[in-house]
Design a protein around this ligand. Structure first.
Ligand code: FES
Length: 398
């Protein structure tokens, strides 16, 4: 046995990942970023929205995908199906839908008034007789692939496989978690000067919790039995990855948290009825489980608990800039007490994420400084190692 991994249980479970330090190049090189654009983002399924954001026919959402140099429009048709298009008028290229989201029976270009219905068909051209042999059926919106899975809407410019194939074993595990029954209770978005992978992997390890989050959650994720917040279990599933995170059973809630948990689930303690574990989570039935961290290739993270989940999407804008969209989802509140409980979770999340944000730009500065060429990773950072490995495989081999 390699002496470097002796006693390192997650690395022992997945020895194929090795133990080598990760080259910094993947986080600072413009050339590497270009290859990510071509070999990762152009051909992958990307999470654009949740189904509950566009529940009714005519509901639509627009997303600017800077790394792909395009704006995409996803709209639910009268038949209930979500279709995706380049958000570009087929007359002379004007961006079609300008709002981030809305409801429409048709999309009318603001330049000359060409109109497209929710299937992307060109249905009206003002002064049509002045065109030369214009066949409207040749000028529908350019489609992209779009598909729904268990409450999420994904799109891809050039998929190499179906969404189900792409989600694979991870998708099967979570196929029946009630994602679609929950609604957003908090939403934060920001653009940060950091590489998207550097940013993303900060949410795939707990090694930083005892130090960085010692003020906000001093004893929720650490305790006598697990003082350094070691992971409870780890699962690598093709290009996706998942782990279960410890919750201290002897955690002493603050007065505000105690009040919140009296009325509903919180992101620290989950549902009161812990026996009602939803489908998919904590598959090893670890005791003292808090939530699962899931990294879904390439840029989606879902932190999934009992009664809540977080959706974190990391959109590369440049090699050293990332737009971050994060949403906390919980079951709709049925009374004022539950609403108070949700507000507590929302504010706690804000405070935790501000602590996470306090490090990432300085990390990027450090990585780009020339002060290090590689970074070492511990057994507790196996999901970080896996993230860099699967992206690197895609960059190199397509
Ligand atoms: Fe859209 Fe002319 S560019 S109608």
């Amino acid at each position: 046995m390699d002496s470097a991994i002796q006693g390192k249980k997650w690395t022992l479970q997945y020895p194929e990942l090795g133990t080598s330090p990760v080259p910094v190049e993947a986080t600072i090189s413009p050339g590497y970023f270009e290859r990510e654009r071509r070999n990762v983002f152009k051909c992958s399924w990307l999470n654009i929205a949740t189904s509950s954001e566009i529940p009714e026919p005519g509901d639509y959402i627009v997303r600017e995908l800077e790394i792909l140099g395009t704006s995409v429009l996803l709209v639910r048709g009268k038949d209930g199906r979500v279709r995706g298009f380049h958000n570009v008028c087929k007359h002379r290229g004007n961006i079609l839908a300008k709002a981030c989201s809305g409801k429409a029976n048709s999309f009318v270009c603001g330049f000359h008034g060409w109109a497209f219905d929710t299937t992307g068909t060109l249905v009206h051209v003002p002064d049509e007789d002045q065109f030369h042999d214009l066949n409207k059926s040749d000028f529908g919106l350019t489609p992209i692939e779009a598909a729904e899975w268990n409450g999420f809407v994904f799109a891809s410019l050039k998929p190499r496989e179906t969404l189900g194939e792409a989600l694979g074993e991870w998708g099967e595990q979570f196929a029946h978690y009630p994602f679609g029954e929950m609604r957003p209770v908090g939403h934060y978005t920001t653009s940060v000067r950091v590489n998207w992978k550097v940013f993303m992997v900060a949410f795939l390890e707990c090694y930083h919790v005892p130090r960085l989050h010692r003020r906000i959650v001093p004893d929720a994720a650490t305790g006598e039995q697990n003082p350094l917040c070691h992971l409870l279990s780890v699962r690598l599933q093709g290009r996706h990855r998942s782990c279960s995170v410890y919750g201290n059973p002897n955690h002493v809630p603050s007065p505000a948290e105690g009040l919140a948990f009296k009325y509903g689930p919180t992101v620290i303690q989950g549902e009161k009825a812990k026996s009602a574990k939803p489908n998919g989570v904590n598959p090893e039935n670890n005791a003292n489980w808090a939530f699962d961290m899931n990294g879904i290739f390439p840029n989606l993270i879902l932190h999934v608990g009992n009664g809540f989940f977080y959706k974190l999407v990391f959109w590369p804008q440049a090699v050293d800039r990332t737009r971050w969209d994060v949403e906390l989802y919980m079951s709709p509140a049925s009374n004022a007490g539950e609403r108070i409980s949700q507000e507590f979770s929302k504010i706690l999340t804000r405070d935790l994420y501000r602590e996470d944000l306090s490090t990432v730009e300085s990390i990027q500065t450090g990585l780009a400084s020339g002060g290090l060429s590689h970074f070492p990773l511990s057994d507790q950072e196996l999901l970080v190692r896996h993230t860099f490995r699967v992206i690197d495989d895609a960059v190199r081999f397509g």
